[in-house]
Design a protein around this ligand. Structure first.
Ligand code: ADP
Length: 162
């Protein structure tokens, strides 16, 4: 069974990585799919995010990293996948995630969304939190894979705060 883990991953955090590693134990193949979203202005380009994810997941043999544009269910069909993998942190995640799962089901009734509860230590962790800490010079080494910590450091050193 193939599962797609779609998201922005701007950048990937240890919370995402935890979901990916657990997903790889549950499914034959997991595809981490970076959404190319023209209406968002991300910190990292899609190519940079793909590289960050690939570098952080070299130990996982049943993982593919890709990007997509458009409807997630159409991408899932293309990849022959019937499962969408998503993570749940706090109650506020639930509403949006449930709405998305129901919408996707109306678009293709063969799709199932599987939610994994965050591991306790990552329940507060999001890409935005990481960017906020890094922007003000805080260490993010305990929040993101090593390559991402370096990229964030470089990013905010090259673009100092006004
Ligand atoms: P999106 O813009 O689609 O929400 P994100 O990259 O923010 O993309 O998140 C992708 C998925 O990973 C979402 O299902 C989100 O709830 C989940 N996720 C993000 N951070 C964590 C975390 N710390 N623990 C568990 N799941 C997480």
């Amino acid at each position: 069974m193939i599962a797609i883990y779609p998201g922005s991953f701007d950048p990937i955090t240890l919370g995402h990585l935890d979901i990916i590693e657990r997903g790889c134990k549950l499914f034959d193949q997991v595809i981490v799919a970076v959404l190319r979203n023209p209406s968002k202005s991300p910190l990292f380009t899609v190519q940079e995010r793909i590289e960050q994810i690939s570098l952080s997941t070299q130990h996982l043999s049943n993982l593919e990293v890709d990007s997509f544009i458009g409807l997630t269910v159409e991408y899932a069909k293309l990849k022959n996948a019937r499962v969408l993998l998503r993570g749940l942190r706090v109650l506020s995640d639930f509403e949006g995630e449930l709405q998305m799962a129901h919408t996707n089901e109306t678009l293709w009734n063969e799709i199932e969304t599987v939610f994994l509860a965050t591991s306790n230590e990552y329940s507060f962790l999001s890409s935005s939190v990481v960017k906020e800490v890094a922007k003000f010079g805080g260490s993010v080494a305990h929040l993101v894979p090593p390559q991402v910590a370096l990229d964030l450091c470089r990013c905010y050193t090259e673009t100092p705060l006004e």
